[in-house]
Ligand binder design. Structure first.
Ligand code: AVJ
Length: 348
């Protein structure tokens, strides 16, 4: 598909976005760090979303509900597992190709970290990319705020903006993000949580929110042997199982539900036809879950679908970035072809 011509309206759109931005809770933490909490008013929407998923014929819950403070820590622990190759493979690609990546990305940009988590990946790029500002966005706001406090002390010269927001919602950035050239950083194969269609739509939204010269830097897991994939999502230590089960504790808090973690079993399987890992929680026996005036009965063996982790190949990535309007895709991979780091630009 022909890449859409970058609209000259991008700047105007940015200005408009500034006019309609919601009033966030602003927290000037000092030492060049400002924190915005954008989604507090949306708690009801989050509850409605979780509830709709639980009541659907095939019950599901969005993976964004994994990431309460404990969930974020459990995910960090996953990245230390020998079976979970993506995080360390991506880090190796960044360090091996640092010079070339810096050349393509360019120094002095506003680095916008989408789903920043512990901010470690971005922080490791500070020296290579020399950003003029670091903007970290994550749904796990308290975890992000703590992380950024520490990071700001280590990098007193680098202005930082933290934003607690749901990336699935339309992204409206506060003024403090500034008008500098933007690099949207989306590492860790987070894009894999979207279906391919949603992923393309997400990239299109980034493209729409961009001006000529802005770019994306995205890490994504590649299609490989099912056995290695399943081992990465069902580790013998049970850390991934704990990560998956923790979503139930989060739902209990969010909805006032009565999930008992012991009633559920972690399931991870690779669906080769859809190129995706699926994670589910399977009821060990008949279970009825209650919250408010609602209830959902699960028969023994019935599953709650908690995550898709879609894997790509390079031609598929090429097509998706082009469809979203991006140009000049360059992908770096490790020698084993396990993981790709992609850079693509908004044309002039
Ligand atoms: C953070 C979405 C990239 O899909 O590999 C890790 C989450 N789930 N183990 C992934 C995850 C189970 C992870 N992402």
């Amino acid at each position: 598909m022909q890449a859409t011509k970058p609209s000259a309206d991008a700047y105007a759109r940015r200005a408009l976005a500034r006019l309609i931005q919601p009033q966030p809770t602003v927290d000037a933490i000092g030492a060049g760090l400002t924190f915005y909490q954008l989604f507090t008013e949306d708690d009801a929407a989050l509850r409605a979303e979780a509830e709709a998923g639980l009541l659907a014929p095939v019950a599901s819950v969005s993976p964004k509900f994994f990431y309460d403070a404990l969930g974020s820590r459990l995910f960090e622990a996953i990245t230390d597992l020998p079976e979970y190759y993506p995080t360390r493979t991506e880090a190796a690609i960044f360090s091996l190709h640092a010079a070339e990546i810096a050349l393509r990305v360019g120094r002095g940009a506003t680095l916008i970290d989408l789903g920043a988590g512990n901010c470690e990946k971005a922080a490791r790029l500070f020296r290579t990319l020399a950003p003029s500002r670091y903007v970290a966005i994550d749904i796990s706001a308290d975890f992000l705020r703590d992380t950024l406090r520490a990071l700001a002390r280590q990098h007193p010269q680098l202005p930082m903006v933290g934003i607690g927001a749901d990336l699935c919602a339309p992204l409206v950035l506060p003024d403090a993000v500034g008008d500098g050239r933007r690099v949207w950083f989306y590492p860790g194969s987070s894009l894999g949580n979207f279906t391919p269609e949603e992923a393309r739509a997400f990239l299109s939204r980034l493209h729409e929110g961009s001006a000529p010269g802005d770019s994306v830097l995205i890490g994504i897991d590649l299609i490989k042997d099912a056995r290695r994939l399943e081992a990465a999502y069902d580790d013998p230590l049970g850390v991934t199982a704990a990560f998956n089960l923790n979503v139930l504790r989060n739902l209990n808090r969010l909805l006032g539900a009565n999930f008992d973690v012991r009633d559920w079993r972690h399931v991870a399987l690779y669906r080769a036809d859809a190129h995706r890992i699926e994670m589910h929680l399977e009821a060990r026996g008949d279970v009825t879950v209650r919250w408010g005036k609602q209830a959902r009965a699960f028969a023994a063996g019935e599953r709650l679908h908690t995550e898709n982790s879609v894997k790509y190949d390079l031609p598929g990535l090429q097509a998706m970035f082009a469809d979203a309007g991006f140009e000049d895709l360059h992908a770096w991979t490790d020698a084993g072809g396990d993981f790709a780091v992609c850079h693509a630009s908004v044309g002039r």
